[in-house]
Write a protein that binds this ligand. Structure first.
Ligand code: GLU
Length: 486
């Protein structure tokens, strides 16, 4: 079988992290199976349409390196086109496609015209709710005669509803197993709205069929829609795709992710300083853990290991501490060039033509959780912050001791060549030799030296600082400390 999957987002202007979750599972599955990953835009609900939203979605997918095989394409000059032979892939360009299918159902008596006004439906729902019934269309218009329907159609707005038959439907969800729904619980869903636009349910079934979609991997919130869609497929005589409803993403308090855009957009995670690889690893393993003893997976590994039968049924909690931990792992692994490229946009005030800045990156990467951390962590290397001389004094020593040791270290470092600074073990050896020869404690020397170099009580080790700052800047900072102690 030629596996074909799709994501069918409505363009909202940003990529909800839940959409990214769905995208990743579809993408992993398609790539693993050698199938096609398709993007179809569901924009028939004109109220939800946002200008530029499609462009933004496609841009984000490109940034994330998740290429699709068919669907809308954003060209370099900003124009939109399409690729694939099942188009158009934007539902608002497919409006003529749906009507004949509805005609077909009307002819077979599997759909009917409904003239009920919004007010009547509202009253009906209120009455049903008051009687503790699940709100459902009461088939008020089903009994209308053909002539009456034809006559009223000329003057009144109307919708077309599906006539859900009696019985029950079972489908085998690839994540949740077999699910049976009694038709008595299924509403006579509107298929065609009064403006002639198809509803989501009609469009999704027709498009999935015409686009030869084999598997529908989507969020759990669509599970209640599935019976309607399976019944529609049966009415048309089509085989349903395989459904796999993937878990919802939850906040730390186990509630559904809040809708506030700032908290849920994939783009925001990138601008907060998370790497693309981190985001794919983190979101791609929410509700799916390929191996219980492992957390770090590349995109290629996730493609290889993806397994629908290992997807959890319960909601997946987004643990931001874990995301930070994971990003920390990825940042620490970046090579010099990649790290520089990743950090640069987040630290525009840092002068990377200065070799000190590039060396400082190498040291600070083992401490960073987000790319946004570097602007602050690199600053003291490029200009020592003002500090009070008392912090130069180790807690078990006094100012005299700090001064004497700094003077001696200054002499040793002045005598050492530039090459000693280029090798962290060499410079460390020189300092340690001084400590042992003079039978000192580490703190007598390393504390004042570290503070002299960093201007702070907490920092990288003195050896790392010497390596980053180099001979000239290190001596300058020691000199400055000695002046403060004088
Ligand atoms: N248009 C729906 C959405 O916004 C698609 C649901 C589906 O995959 O069927 O996610």
């Amino acid at each position: 079988m030629n596996i074909r999957v799709r994501i069918a987002p409505s363009p909202t202007g940003y990529m909800h992290i839940g959409t990214l979750h769905t995208v990743l599972f579809n993408y992993f599955f398609a790539r693993q199976q050698g199938g096609a990953f398709i993007i179809r835009i569901e924009d028939t609900d004109q109220k939800r349409f946002v200008d530029g939203a499609l462009e933004s979605l496609l841009k984000t997918l490109t940034t994330l390196g998740l290429e699709h095989d068919e669907g809308p394409v954003l060209n370099a000059d900003g124009t939109l086109s399409e690729k694939g032979s099942f188009g158009p892939y934007i539902q608002s360009k497919r409006l003529d496609i749906y009507k004949p299918y509805v005609e077909q159902l009307l002819e077979k008596g599997e759909a009917y015209v409904c003239f009920c006004t919004a007010e009547r439906l509202e009253e009906m729902r209120a009455a049903q709710t008051a009687a503790k019934q699940t709100p459902k269309y009461d088939r008020h218009c089903l009994a209308l005669s053909k002539d009456e329907v034809e006559a009223r159609k000329k003057t009144e707005p109307f919708v077309i509803r599906m006539k859900v038959p009696e019985g029950s439907t079972t489908f085998d969800d690839a994540v949740r197993g077999p699910i049976t729904i009694k038709h008595s619980e299924v509403d006579d869903q509107v298929l065609l709205k009064s403006d002639g636009f198809p509803t989501y349910h009609l469009a999704v079934v027709v498009d999935d069929h015409l686009m030869e979609i084999t598997h529908v991997l989507r969020g759990e919130e669509w599970l209640p829609s599935t019976p309607k869609q399976v019944i529609l497929c049966q009415m048309f005589g089509w085989e349903s795709p395989v459904f796999a409803h993937i878990p919802l993403l939850l906040n730390a308090d186990k509630k559904k992710l809040s809708k506030r855009q700032g908290d849920v957009a994939a783009e925001d995670f990138l601008s907060k300083g998370y790497l693309v690889d981190t985001l794919i690893n983190f979101v791609g393993t929410l509700g799916f853990n390929p191996k219980s003893d492992e957390e770090i997976y590349s995109k290629a590994q996730l493609i290889e290991l993806f397994d629908l039968s290992k997807v959890n049924r319960s909601g997946a909690v987004m643990n931001i501490e874990k995301l930070d931990w994971m990003n920390h792992q990825y940042i620490a692994k970046l090579d010099e060039q990649k790290l520089y490229e990743a950090v640069k946009p987040f630290a525009p005030e840092i002068d990377f033509t200065n070799p000190i800045a590039l060396r400082a990156l190498q040291i600070e990467k083992s401490r960073a959780n987000r790319l946004t951390d570097f602007a602050a962590s690199l600053a003291p290397y490029l200009g020592i912050p003002a500090y009070v001389p008392t912090i130069l004094v180790w807690k078990k020593a006094d100012a005299e001791d700090a001064k004497k040791n700094l003077e001696n270290i200054r002499a040793i470092l002045s005598g050492a060549g530039e090459e000693a600074f280029a090798d962290i073990t060499l410079i460390e050896g020189l300092i340690k030799e001084y400590i042992s020869t003079n039978a000192l404690q580490n703190g007598n020397v390393l504390w004042p030296l570290r503070v002299a170099l960093s201007g702070a009580e907490k920092s990288a080790s003195p050896f790392e600082l010497l390596w980053v700052l180099g001979r000239g800047e290190s001596l300058k900072r020691i000199e400055n400390a000695l002046n403060l102690l004088a």
